[in-house]
Design a protein around this ligand. Structure first.
Ligand SMILES: [Zn+2]
Length: 121
């Protein structure tokens, strides 16, 4: 942990804030089965698309069970489900814009935004 550069540290911090916010938005429950146990933040569009890594609209909160035995196993079922609770067209448009823009997102601004959102609860 001690030898991570400030940029990496900030990214890990943003992951934590995003997860916290996404869990709050999901009322502390798995969005699929409503369990409160072992919640995980799963990205709809891969987190390698940096501009969407810390965007809660790109995250679905699932319990470990739903994540491992449903989300990754029943791909078609999961897609049918997620398209009813998230705007996938919006996410795809955002992805296209981000990939065209090339530059890196402003991590400090994202942090300020996430902290502000979390204070709103
Ligand atoms: Zn679940």
């Amino acid at each position: 942990m001690g030898n991570k550069n400030p940029q990496q540290k900030l990214k890990i911090e943003l992951d934590k804030l995003t997860r916290q916010l996404a869990i709050k938005l999901a009322n502390g429950r798995c969005e699929h089965c409503h369990s409160e146990r072992v919640l995980q933040a799963n990205h709809i569009i891969p987190r390698t698309v940096l501009g969407l890594r810390w965007d809660v609209t790109n995250i679905v909160i699932l319990c470990r069970k739903c994540h491992l035995y449903w989300w990754h196993k029943d791909i078609i079922g999961a897609y049918e489900w997620i398209k009813n609770i998230r705007d996938l067209n919006w996410l795809k448009r955002r992805r296209a814009i981000i990939e065209n823009r090339k530059g890196n997102p402003d991590l400090k601004m994202i942090k300020i935004y996430l902290e502000q959102q979390l204070r709103g609860f």
